[in-house]
Write a protein that binds this ligand. Structure first.
Ligand SMILES: [Zn+2]
Length: 96
């Protein structure tokens, strides 16, 4: 849920969390109880729990905990018996 910034007539600035569909144009100031208007700014979207944080965590973890690499190196000759498929009908297909 994004955080929106409001400012009352006294100049108090505060933030409230609302859903983007139900964000009010006005709110009550918690300090002076005056009506406050929403400031025209981009909502502060939280990236917590998003795929962006997952990617950052995975990148940081790979620096000291690299994942196990399975299979051969690119360009290295393939082992016999190994291939892309285990379907016996595919063995009859022409090879590149
Ligand atoms: Zn106020």
């Amino acid at each position: 849920m994004p955080t929106y910034t409001f400012r009352c007539r006294e100049g108090d600035v505060f933030e409230e969390r609302h859903s983007m569909a139900e964000v009010p144009a006005n709110a009550m100031c918690p300090q002076c109880a005056q009506p406050a208007v929403r400031l025209p700014s981009a909502p502060h979207l939280s990236a917590a729990g998003s795929s962006a944080y997952g990617l950052i965590d995975r990148s940081a973890r790979s620096a000291h905990e690299p994942e196990v690499v399975r299979g051969g190196l690119p360009g290295a000759p393939r082992r016999s018996g190994g291939g892309y498929t285990s379907n016996p009908l595919h063995r009859k297909l022409p090879r590149p």
